[in-house]
Design a protein around this ligand. Sequence first.
Ligand SMILES: C[S@@+](CC[C@H](N)C(=O)[O-])C[C@H]1O[C@@H](n2cnc3c(N)ncnc32)[C@H](O)[C@@H]1O
Length: 232
Amino acid sequence: MRHPLHGRRCGNGLLLRFDAAGLGLVDPGEPKTAPVRVDFSARAIQRRSRDSLRRQNLLRALADCEAVLDATAGLGRDAFLMASAGKRVMMLERHFVVHALLADGLRRAGEDSDLAPIISRLSLEQADFLDWQARRRFDAVYLDPMFPKPEKRARSKKEMAFLQRLVNQAESSRDSRDSAASELLPRALGLARARVVVKRPSREGWMNDSKPDFSYRGRLSRFDVYLARTVD
Ligand SMILES: C[S@@+](CC[C@H](N)C(=O)[O-])C[C@H]1O[C@@H](n2cnc3c(N)ncnc32)[C@H](O)[C@@H]1O
């Protein structure tokens, strides 16, 4: 089997490589570092989605919302958690490399009979949320637009560093990066029937300095909830 993006250079020295384990992002200058790929069978993701689902702050923030738009899907971990809890999630990802990694992870997981029921609740489109023509509304819109600075654990540190290199390069080439980011929340509020949930690093302020109705706080991240009825 071949992949159309195999061998594609992605900027910042990173390269896409396709092998028996699927599509991966590698740095040819760091041959000892394992490729970054989307693997929904990985133990950490599975554990996170099995362990007392109701205690997860993201799921508490989404409450009983069933149809969710994850407008900044990234590697799809949060979307997988939502789908594990029974939600139907439409994912948007604008970066072609991140989108390709996620699409490949979904393809492989869909072939796994244990994961297939969860994957069937997920759909993915490559699009910039700010340009996307929505054909419907969603109970909730979820925003998590920024890759945080790499944190302690070695594996996530390496993944984050790769993805930050990739995505941040694309971001810095956008002329109006900050003004574009500030459009995310109003656009999300216009599409959500019930609420918008925004993930933020716990030490950072609110998106657009806009006060949420309430928040769920964890050690590293916080989920700010904006109820749709509070919006004009
Ligand atoms: C921090 S990651 C999301 C991580 C994700 N929640 C997860 O669990 O894997 C942010 C992603 O949002 C994407 N993104 C940022 N702004 C976007 C936009 N306007 N439309 C679509 N994707 C966007 C970036 O390309 C990046 O891949």
